[in-house]
Design a binder for this molecule. Structure first.
Ligand code: URA
Length: 178
């Protein structure tokens, strides 16, 4: 399941892997976590499909929803990177540990060993610049919506991350239009 949405998106949202419901429907983030993601997008006046593309690091569902394994991530990363090159998003929101580690390592933002040792709470709340060939794209990391369903107290931090991403986008528009 490669992902869905606007083929010329401003926003690219990257999650972990399709779950059972996503596998059945062929669309990312359609379960409870997806509903929360939709509410977060609505709060930013965004809608999936309109300026937004949603993808996952893994393109197939890991059996029994287990965590992705390193070799699975390594196999899927070239597809994600090709998607990013084709979609040319203006900002990427990495949701959860696996999306953050994959995008920040592959984008040359932090060395993989440092990433593996850094908790998500210390990767969020800042703007990274990922290298994509000759281009760069800003990446903001936040909590995965499934984590937020279990830890609603962190929703305020996730909202701050979304606002940071929106502000980053706004300032890049202002600087490109002079
Ligand atoms: N969680 C994800 O990371 N991706 C999905 O598509 C659904 C749930």
């Amino acid at each position: 399941m490669p992902g869905v949405g606007d083929r010329q998106p401003t926003w690219l949202i990257v999650g972990e892997a399709p779950g059972e419901e996503e596998d059945r429907q062929g669309e990312p983030f359609v379960g409870r976590a997806g509903h929360l993601l939709d509410r977060m997008l609505t709060a930013l006046a965004l809608r999936r499909g309109q300026g937004v593309y949603i993808a996952n690091v893994l393109k197939c569902r890991p059996p029994r929803n287990r965590n992705p394994q390193p070799q699975e991530i390594a196999q899927c990363t070239p597809y994600l990177w090709r998607q990013i090159a084709l979609l040319q998003p203006r900002i990427i929101l990495a949701l959860g540990r696996f999306a953050a580690q994959t995008l920040l390592a592959e984008g040359g933002c932090l060395p993989p060993q440092e990433l593996a040792a850094t908790p998500l709470g210390r990767l969020r709340g800042r703007v990274f610049t990922a290298r994509l060939g000759t281009r760069t794209v800003p990446v903001v990391v936040s909590y995965h919506p499934a984590y937020l369903l279990r830890n609603p107290a962190d929703k305020a931090k996730a909202w701050a991350d979304l606002c940071l991403a929106a502000q980053t986008l706004e300032s890049s528009v202002l600087s490109s239009t002079g």
